[in-house]
Design a protein. Structure first.
Length: 136
């Protein structure tokens, strides 16, 4: 079982999560192994606490995390839809660096969140037009 702690002198993220959000869903606090076991044994409670902890924005509130535990083909958070891009761009500053574009045949280029948001909107617009064009 992997264990990921933060830099020296900081509290690991799992401790803060277990002590706050997950505790409201019945998670054990202070023991990584117990928290991990809870995440395996109480799948719905674990994933619903993750949903709450990260303030996932969607078109509804999930009642279960996993509709059926059949793999492959599992359906996560049935009956609820979310916009991935909405979460990617949430809480970032337009002028901050979002990514560094690198290619073998051109110079490295820095892309800000503003540029990435604009490119994403253009691609989404193109995709919507392409889908609408298929209807006619």
């Amino acid at each position: 079982m992997p264990r990921i702690d933060g830099p020296a002198g900081t509290e690991p993220q799992w401790k803060a999560f277990a002590a706050t959000t997950a505790a409201r869903h019945g998670a054990p606090a202070g023991d990584y192994s117990a928290l991990w076991q809870w995440s395996v044994d109480e799948l719905d409670a674990f994933w619903l606490s993750i949903w709450e902890h990260f303030d996932v924005q969607a078109d509804g509130t999930p009642s279960v995390a996993l509709a059926e535990r059949a793999m492959p083909g599992a359906t996560w958070f049935p009956g609820v839809a979310l916009n991935y891009a909405e979460h990617v761009f949430r809480g970032v500053e337009d002028d901050d660096l979002a990514l560094i574009e690198a290619g073998e045949l051109r110079a490295t280029r820095e892309v800000t969140w503003r540029e990435l948001r604009e490119l994403t909107a253009r691609i989404a617009g193109w995709a919507l037009e392409a889908v609408a064009g298929d209807d006619g």
